[in-house]
Design a protein around this ligand. Structure first.
Ligand code: S3P
Length: 452
C-alpha cells in the first residue's frame, strides 16, 4: 500500500520533555499470523487489537481473495471465517502484498501445498526483496514458482497437488522462512521439520499451538528442530494481539534522548525472541524499567517506562542477538548517536534485504545529520556524540521504509537543528497514528515545512 501516493516530507524539531503514556498499536507479526491462521481454521476466529496498518490490511485482503470471510467489527476487532487447512480457493486476481515481506512470504507458504495458482506482487520496495529463500523450500513440498529470472516479485506460485512433508535447515536466520515452511507443512501429510541455527521470533509456533496444531521445538547442539504434524484440523481461536515492541521502540528511544522525558508504554509484548533491543539499551545505561510483567494471549507483556538517559555508553551487539532485535537496528543507531563512544552492530547483513538496505539507509542518513559511521557488508558502527551532541539539520531518505522514517524523526527530537525525512508516508504500513501519538507526548513534528 505504501509508495503509491505522494511523498509526505516531515520535519522533527528539537523538543522539550516528552511525557505521558503512549498506547502503541498491535504487533505486526502477530497480526499477520492471526489473520492467516484464522483463514486456515474452520469456523470463526475473533481477534482484538489487530494492527490496522497497511501491511496487515493487505494480508486481510489477501485472505479474502483466497476465500476466507474477513470482517472488521470495530476498532482493532476483527472476525475471520476460515476455510480450513487445504481449503484455500484460487484467487481471481493478483495478490498485492504492498510493502510487506512478512505478508507475501507467509501467504506463499500457506497456499503452496494446495493445488491452486496465485500471482504475487508488491510495491517498489517489496519487488526488490529476495523471494528465493521461500520459494526454494516450497519447491521441496512440490510447489513451483515462475516469474522473473532473479526470483523477485512478481511471481506465480503453483501449489503442490500431492505435497510431501519436508525436513529443511534454513540457511538464513529468518522467522519468515521458518513460518512459510511451517504453514506449507500444515497441508502435507506427516511431519514437517524446520531447523534453525539461531532462534528467531516464535509467534507462528505459539499461535499454531493455540489453534490446535501439534508443534514441538527441540533444542540440540545442531540447532532448533521445530516439528509440525501435518493436516490438523485447526480450531478457531479468540485472541488479543499484544502491543508491538518494535513500534514501542520509537517513543522509548525518543524519551531516552530528549532531556527531561518520562514516557510510559503499557502492555508491550516482550517475547524473548523480540526483546534484544531492550537488553541492549539497558547495557548502554538507559533508564528503562519493566512494570507489571504478565502474560496476555500466550505472549509475555509488560508496561515499559523510559526516562531521559544523559549518560548512555556505546556498546557492541553480538551476532547471536541480531535476530531478536532485527527490526530495531535503525532506532538503535539513533540512540547510539546520542551515546558516548562507539556502538558496533555485528552480524547484521540481513538488514541489507529489509524494506530498504537499512545499513546503507542509516549510514547515509546519520552522515547527513553530522554523525560519523563506518560500515561493512555485515556491520554498522556509529560514533556517538553524547547527549545533546548530535547536530542534525539534514534530510534523510526514507526509501519506502517505515522504520527509517521513524528513526530519523526520533533523532530530530533530540538533535540541535532537528531532522527531516523526505517521505513519512511509509510509516502507516506499521504504525498508523505515529505522528499524533508522538505529538501527544510533546514531540514537535511539522509536515508543512519539511525537506528543505
Ligand atoms: C518478521 C520477521 C523478520 C522481521 C519482519 C517480521 C515476521 O523478518 O524483520 O519485520 O513477522 O516473521 P525475517 O524473517 O526476514 O528476518
Amino acid at each position: 500500500m505504501s509508495g503509491a501516493g505522494e511523498a509526505k516530507p516531515m520535519t522533527a524539531r528539537r523538543s522539550g520533555p516528552l511525557r505521558g503514556a503512549a498506547t502503541i498499536p498491535g504487533d505486526k507479526s502477530v497480526s499477520h499470523r492471526a489473520l492467516i491462521l484464522g483463514a486456515l481454521s474452520v469456523g470463526e476466529t475473533r481477534i482484538e487489537g489487530l494492527l490496522e496498518g497497511g501491511d496487515v490490511l493487505d494480508t486481510a485482503a489477501a485472505m479474502r481473495a483466497f476465500g476466507a470471510e474477513v470482517e472488521r467489527v470495530g476498532p482493532g476487532a476483527w472476525r475471520v471465517h476460515g476455510v480450513g487447512v487445504g481449503g484455500f480457493a484460487e484467487p481471481d486476481d493478483v495478490i498485492d502484498c504492498g510493502n510487506s515481506g512478512t505478508g507475501v512470504r507467509l501467504i506463499m507458504g500457506a497456499m503452496a501445498t494446495t493445488p491452486i495458482a496465485a500471482t504475487f506482487t508488491g510495491d517498489a520496495s517489496l519487488r526488490l526483496r529476495p523471494m528465493g529463500r521461500v520459494t526454494r523450500p516450497l519447491s521441496l513440498f512440490g510447489a513451483a514458482a515462475h516469474g522473473r529470472s532473479d526470483g523477485r516479485l512478481p511471481l506465480t506460485v503453483i501449489g503442490a497437488a500431492d505435497p510431501a512433508p519436508i525436513e529443511y535447515r534454513s540457511p538464513v536466520a529468518s522467522a519468515q522462512v521458518k513460518s512459510a515452511v511451517l504453514l506449507a507443512g500444515l497441508n502435507a501429510p506427516g511431519i514437517t521439520t524446520l531447523i534453525e541455527s539461531e532462534p528467531t521470533r516464535d509467534h507462528t509456533e505459539r499461535m499454531l499451538r493455540g489453534f490446535g496444531a501439534e508443534v514441538e521445538t527441540e533444542v540440540t547442539a545442531a540447532g532448533r528442530y521445530i516439528r509440525l504434524v501435518g493436516q490438523p484440523e485447526l480450531r478457531p481461536a479468540s485472541l488479543t494481539v499484544p502491543r508491538d515492541p518494535s513500534s514501542a521502540a520509537f517513543p522509548v528511544a525518543a524519551a531516552l534522548i530528549v532531556e527531561g522525558s518520562d514516557v510510559l508504554v503499557p502492555g508491550i509484548g516482550l517475547n524473548p525472541t523480540r526483546a534484544g533491543l531492550y537488553a541492549t539499551l539497558r547495557e548502554m545505561g538507559a533508564d528503562l524499567t519493566f512494570e507489571n510483567e504478565r502474560a496476555e494471549g500466550g505472549e509475555p507483556v509488560a508496561d515499559l517506562r523510559a526516562r531521559f538517559s544523559p549518560d548512555l555508553k556505546g556498546v557492541e551487539t553480538p551476532p547471536a542477538r541480531a535476530a531478536s532485535m532485527i527490526d530495531e537496528f535503525p532506532i538503535l543507531s539513533v540512540v547510539a548517536a546520542f551515546a558516548d563512544g562507539r556502538t558496533v552492530m555485528r552480524g547484521v547483513k540481513e538488514l541489507r534485504v529489509k524494506e530498504s538496505d537499512r545499513i546503507d539507509a542509516m549510514a547515509r542518513g546519520l552522515e547527513a545529520m553530522g554523525v560519523r559511521v563506518e560500515e561493512t557488508e555485515d556491520s554498522l558502527t556509529v560514533h556517538g556524540l553524547g547527549a545533546g551532541g548530535v547536530p542534525g539539520g539534514g534530510v534523510a531518505a526514507a526509501r519506502l521504509d517505515h522504520r527509517i522514517a521513524m528513526a530519523f524523526l526520533c533523532l530530530g527530537l533530540g538533535a540541535r537543528d532537528g531532522a527531516s525525512v523526505d517521505d513519512a508516508s511509509p510509516i502507516d504500513t506499521s504504525f498508523p497514528g505515529f505522528g499524533a501519538l508522538m505529538a501527544g507526548l510533546g514531540a514537535r513534528f511539522d509536515a508543512a515545512t519539511a525537506a528543505a
